[in-house]
Design a binder for this molecule. Sequence first.
Ligand code: NAD
Length: 254
Amino acid sequence: MNTSFSGKVALITGAAMGIGRTTAQLFAEAGAAVALADCNEHVVHSAAKELTQQGFRAIGIVCDVSQEHEVAHMVTACVRTFGRLDCAYNNAGIHVPVVETADALGEDFDRAIAVNLRGIWNCMKYELQQMRTQEEGGCIVNCSSQSGLVGTANLGAYTASKHGVLGLTKSAALEYAARGIRINAICPGTSDTPMVSKAIADAPEHMAALIKEIPIGRLGASEEIASAVLWLCSPGAGFMIGQAIAPDGGYTIC
Ligand SMILES: NC(=O)c1ccc[n+]([C@@H]2O[C@H](COP(=O)([O-])OP(=O)(O)OC[C@H]3O[C@@H](n4cnc5c(N)ncnc54)[C@H](O)[C@@H]3O)[C@@H](O)[C@H]2O)c1
């Protein structure tokens, strides 16, 4: 049994389903107490219950990461329950309609930035307020995307939000590098999750073209993203600061 996170506390946003849910599972299996946060109240509570029924320590917290006061409450609830915060995976994110820039809606742009970029800033702010009080510091992983590293036609707002995540990550990483808090980003490639199933249903031609370009020839599995998140939070990644690692089947090396 992997107990490498035994005694640690992990907080994961967007943890009700997809990559976030799998990451919560892997942290729990590795010995961490886990706080699962999501705006989907019903599903986040049942995900936390599934973990407690498996014998793990877990709580569900309802939180829309775009709302700063809800994020402050999320961190408080985690620390009140488990006493500290060692690892945070800021995973919550949304897709936007696939549309060329001239036809895109301002409200979709604003929502992508509010959740995918301001949401990460909100989370880091309150996680760091807690971690800087802890002698052992902590680790934060922010969720970007392959679209944080390269352009994605017809997905401008999403791509901009995910590029922005890397700027926030590098800047905060510099601020806290010498204070025992490591901050990195992960840039997943197209992976088999509810988000991608919906994107395939909504924009089949766009997604078929995207998937055809993945050098490895298949979608990623959420476990292949989650395991990289755990590694970034592990002592083995102790010299990694402000990096953007891309489990993406080779998409961004073309
Ligand atoms: N799946 C992919 O191919 C892929 C590729 C690159 C990046 N990503 C990124 O990985 C992350 C997870 O993606 P996924 O595919 O698992 O998505 P998903 O849609 O399957 O799950 C996302 C979870 O986040 C929650 N969520 C959405 N908005 C939220 C908010 N405002 N506050 C709190 N929770 C919220 C949803 O309720 C859901 O439980 C996202 O940031 C996404 O952009 C995914």
